[in-house]
Design a protein around this ligand. Structure first.
Ligand code: SF4
Ligand code: SF4
Length: 67
């Protein structure tokens, strides 16, 4: 099963990764990182197909997808 990891402290909360997910499972968490940004996350990881669209979209390489 694919796994998606976010380097939360490097996320700037731009939300660019949210609309590109074909499974609609990337969303903004309630967690605020030390820089004061609301961070992106994946809920329902079991629905992830490992397409890595989210990782490709992130301008700050915050997201890593493991197949
Ligand atoms: S790898 Fe693809 S399916 Fe999985 S969270 Fe990212 S965009 Fe969505
Ligand atoms: S695109 Fe990257 S920096 Fe922007 S919210 Fe998503 S993970 Fe964070």
């Amino acid at each position: 099963m694919p796994k998606v990891e976010f380097d939360r402290e490097r996320c700037k909360g731009c939300e660019l990764c949210v609309p590109v997910c074909p499974k609609d499972i990337v969303l903004m968490d309630d967690v605020i990182n030390q820089k004061g940004y609301r961070v992106a996350t994946v809920r329902e990881m079991d629905k992830c197909i490992g397409c890595a669209m989210c990782a490709m979209m992130c301008p700050d390489t915050v997201i890593k997808v493991f197949k």
